[in-house]
Design a protein around this ligand. Sequence first.
Ligand code: IMP
Length: 429
Amino acid sequence: MPSIIIVGTQWGDEGKGKVVDFLTESTDIVVRAQGGSNAGHTVYSDGQKYVLHLMPSGILWPDKRCVIGNGVVIDPIGFLGEVDGLLDKGIQVTPDNLRISHAAHVVFPYHRAMDLALEARRGDAQLGTTGRGIGPAYSDKIDRCGLRMNDLANTERLATKVRTRLAMFNGASEGIEAPDLDAILKDYSAAGERLAPFLTNTVTYLNGAMRAGKSLLFEGAQGAYLDIDHGTYPFVTSSNTTAGGACTGSGVAPNQIDQVIGVCKAYTTRVGAGPCVTEEGDFSDRLHAMGREFGATTGRKRRCGWIDVVMLRFAKMVNGFNSFAMTNLDGLDGLDEVRLCTAYELDGERMETPPLDAEDLERCKPIYETMEGWPDDISGAQSLDDLPTKARRYLDRITELVETPFSIVSVGPDRKQTIVAPDVLAAGK
Ligand code: IMP
């Protein structure tokens, strides 16, 4: 199989975990390259539900290798909790099937405290972060005062570096209780000791594996509009969630990538604050009443709206999708009509791509195209031909508008409820 980057096309929670899990069967190594435990991937396998935060979902496959790359920020305590949960369920996690970059940055309790304190200080302008310390951990990385996984393995070095970092604990940290150095050193050196066998130079590992003919699957976290550069800033996360982030966050060169698949929900969802042009209260209520659209990481209700083609169009530019994988198409079952936002109206002007500024985006009005819905339950469809014509038309119209075909369509949470267009998948290369 070719090497593929999987990215979210919206605001995260598109169901990337399921798509990655599905494609894992025909890949060798699954790689996480950005984000941290702010991500939450739900994967159903053999009737068992797994919610993964930092762990690549390839871990559920006994013969696959997983890599957490240099671009990820790791909370080692939370991560070991995740590892223990998997071990309890009989999933193997060994240095043989999991490699962690020695250069990935570490999330400390003071990052979480700062995340929560900064949010509280923002008052009405809160971003709605996940509170996992992601922003402050990436800030330390960029500020060059962060610690990397390699630092955990050596207790003396860990103590010196945490002490130096805490001596700088100032300004932004005003009003936050001073972190307990002894507790940090105790917990983090114990975690470092347990994780040491997993640490490696993942850049040489991945490049060596590719030279040996192995294929990679990059499991993106969050989505295009949470990208620190291209998203709805400042209502974004702190990493590059778009396709380029997979390369910088892993040390795999762009010319080694064969294709990019954009995962999009059949509708739009967003958690946290910030603009969402197609959001509709009734539509959200309907999905929540169906038991859908509660955040995997924080349990928050997601805000929901119709599919936004304007955003998909721009996401395609930035990511270069070869194809889409659509998830949750069954979430639209039973509607009389479905709507697609094909353009925005801002100050009397029609826009085909989103404005640069989040405040302008907030003022945009959706221009909708309405199509007939389908009354049928599509959750048993096994091929595109099994779908009702009206559902096919919905997909075809999106393909037409974004010039991107569908390689995968998911009609339910189970691995078996996945329709594949093998020709599109193969043509992606
Ligand atoms: P942070 O990543 O915790 O700093 O949160 C910044 C913004 O990104 C908030 O609006 C979060 O709700 C959102 N966010 C972060 N991770 C995810 C995710 O995996 N899915 C959906 N939204 C996310």
